[in-house]
Design a protein. Structure first.
Length: 145
């Protein structure tokens, strides 16, 4: 399977709403964008101290506007969140105190990424034991370096 790889600037903005509070995290980092012939795209980048996941690698597997899988790996850590429009997926999320099983319900995915760059927007909710934990938005802008 052929693919194209590009060095990119990735700007991430995460918005989380929980218990009446709104938390916003913004991050800019360098990464790689891979475009496969089968229509699946990947973004990869190294986490930093800013996110609390220093030493971890994050991989986003994007399947058009339908599904995005976010995998984070590092020392003794593997987390995978699947955001799929209109579907609730159960995923394992590693924390300092152990693993949690969470439900991720994808509400909206907008993917305009192309070889020159573009945007990815995710809207989803997280639940623990079917109780709403947070409403989340992730905005990612990608520009070719």
């Amino acid at each position: 399977m052929k693919f194209q790889q590009k060095n990119v600037l990735i700007v991430l903005k995460g918005v989380q709403r929980a218990d009446g509070e709104r938390d916003v995290v913004e991050l800019s980092t360098l990464g790689k964008y891979y475009k496969l012939e089968n229509g699946v795209d990947y973004l990869t980048y190294e986490e930093s101290e800013t996110t609390g996941f220093e030493g971890c690698t994050t991989i986003l597997k994007m399947e058009g506007n339908r599904r995005v899988t976010i995998t984070r790996t590092g020392d003794n850590l593997r987390t995978e969140l699947i955001v799929e429009r209109g579907v609730r997926n159960q995923c394992s999320y590693e924390t300092d105190v152990g693993a949690l099983t969470m439900g991720i319900c994808g509400e909206r995915i907008i993917n305009t990424l192309q070889e020159q760059g573009g945007k990815l927007e995710l809207h989803y909710t997280l639940d623990i034991n079917t109780s709403l934990a947070s409403e989340n938005e992730l905005y990612i802008t990608v520009k070719e370096c």
